[in-house]
Ligand binder design. Structure first.
Ligand code: SAH
Length: 461
């Protein structure tokens, strides 16, 4: 960190601005937002500064700067176009141990002015340590567009309840839980909708009815196929809210890096036929953890309701009256095909798409082969690496062209994303002769050949 970020109270405190042009004017307006007592010194002033002085918001000294202008100010801003003068102001201020900022001259500054997102009382300051102010401003614009204006009102409301909440919950964890629920639930929604009185009543009701031993909640979250940029906002929010994360092999390391830093992580495994924690054990663990009052995130690869056994997990929760939420994720079929330049449907080649499990059970798959072999569709096989030979034989036996294009996608959407293309007939040879890393998805259909034109992701790498 080049600079240490702090927020200082400058209300009614003397601040000196040297310079009377437009840039000085902009800085003065900012300082006024924090109610500073401003003295501005310059031989001439722009219209904006003169108007502020007429409204008695600032004091003007219409003269050249002199060292004696530096008194006991809390901070000084030099915004002149005279670099010798700027250097002198900086030197004198530093000698007097007063924080100084010289506009556009980081070397002369003892503090820098950040880009600001103002949702008072929430204020976000962004600094690039003077290295890339434009980038800092772009980041600011992003934040401006994603943080509702009403967050300021929410913070004010929270401020009014702070003492009461502190008195009610002696434990810091309980207080955090109370606030997180308030900020992510109905209270926040009402503030955003402008219904402050209702929000206040709800918050009071929540406070009156809460006890220290509240039951927890389970979030069944789809973590997508690997690329963390494919997470939904909701997934990310709940991952960062949960106290415990239960995850398995399909959740990528990059996605795991985004969970709350101090959350407890429990690996529940699931390698093929080698479950670290059997499914019943996972279901029960979710119930037990929630009963301890914890917020549990069951993070799964892809979508929890597509070959994810998510249904079974929440069935147990429902039977035990544990509150839960389910967050869909981008399923492997969607992520892998898109990142491989293979549209799953296409007006000319494929009017439907089927997701099927290729898991071999007792050496075979119980699938409607004649339907799957029909033309003008795309078949996506999950968990089919070991069954590749079997599915190739079945589809050909039921009439699918032996030269039907097939793509095998390894670790789709991750930095190790790899695609092998072949034909249905050659698929077993490919799997036998190449080292292929799980997880792998098999896509069968005419659409696979569109990849030659549409492969944007690997070309970009
Ligand atoms: N719920 C998950 C699927 C779980 S089944 C989802 O919606 O994606 C596990 C199978 O998904 C794997 O055997 C593999 O076929 C597929 N899979 C999951 N992630 C994958 C990835 N990143 N690349 C390729 N295949 C993947």
């Amino acid at each position: 960190m080049n600079y240490f970020p702090i927020f200082i109270d400058i209300a009614k405190k003397p601040c000196l601005v040297v310079g009377g042009g437009d840039i000085a004017f902009r800085k003065i307006k900012l300082l006024l937002k924090a109610n500073a007592q401003i003295i501005c010194v310059a031989p001439k002033f722009c219209v904006g500064i003169l108007e502020l002085s007429e409204c008695k918001k600032i004091t003007l000294l219409a003269k050249d700067f002199a060292p004696s202008d530096i008194q006991k100010q809390v901070l000084i801003i030099s915004a002149t176009n005279d670099s010798a003068l700027n250097s002198k102001v900086s030197e004198l201020a530093k000698c007097a141990n007063i924080a100084v900022n010289v506009v556009d001259s980081p070397d002369l500054c003892s503090f820098v002015m950040p880009s600001i997102v103002d949702r008072s009382p929430i204020v976000i300051a962004i600094s690039s340590a003077g290295k890339a102010p434009v980038l800092a401003r772009l980041i600011r614009a992003k934040l401006e567009s994603t943080i509702p204006n009403a967050y300021g009102k929410l913070a004010t409301l929270a401020g009014n309840f702070r003492a009461q909440v502190k008195a009610k919950f002696s434990n810091i964890e309980d207080r955090r839980y109370f606030w997180e629920r308030a900020f992510s639930g109905v209270v926040a929604e009402k503030v955003f909708a402008g219904k402050i009185d209702e929000a206040q009543a709800d918050l009071q009701a929540q406070l009156d009815s809460s006890t220290d031993s509240d039951i927890g909640e389970v979030y069944l979250v789809g973590g997508g196929p690997g690329d963390p940029d494919l997470l939904t906002f909701k997934a990310l929010r709940l991952m960062q809210q949960a106290d415990v994360i239960l995850y398995d092999r399909l959740v990528s390391t990059e996605v795991m890096e985004l969970v709350r830093r101090d959350a407890e992580l429990i690996y529940v495994g699931k390698e093929r036929d080698n479950h670290s924690v059997p499914q019943d054990g996972i279901n029960q663990l979710l119930v037990d953890l929630a009963k301890q009052g914890r917020r549990v995130c069951r993070l799964k690869g892809g979508d929890p309701f597509i070959f994810g056994r998510g249904g079974e997990e929440i069935e147990t929760l429902a039977e035990n009256n544990i509150p839960f939420q389910v967050v869909p994720g981008i399923t492997a079929a969607s992520g892998c095909s898109t990142y491989s330049g293979i549209p799953l449907t296409h007006r000319d080649y494929s009017q439907s798409c089927r997701f099927v499990t290729g898991h071999l059970k007792d050496g075979s798959m119980n699938l409607p082969w004649s339907e799957l072999a029909a033309p003008q569709q795309t078949i996506v096989f999950y968990m089919a690496l070991n069954g590749a030979k079997y599915l190739s034989e079945q589809l050909i036996a039921y009439g699918m062209r032996a030269d039907m294009p097939v793509a095998l996608v390894e670790k789709g959407t991750t930095k190790d994303h790899k695609v092998h293309t072949t034909t249905l007939l050659e698929l077993p040879n490919l799997v036998a002769n190449e080292t292929i890393h799980a997880p792998t998805l098999i896509i069968v259909g005419e659409v696979v050949k569109l990849r030659e034109k549409l492969n944007w992701f690997e070309n970009k790498k």
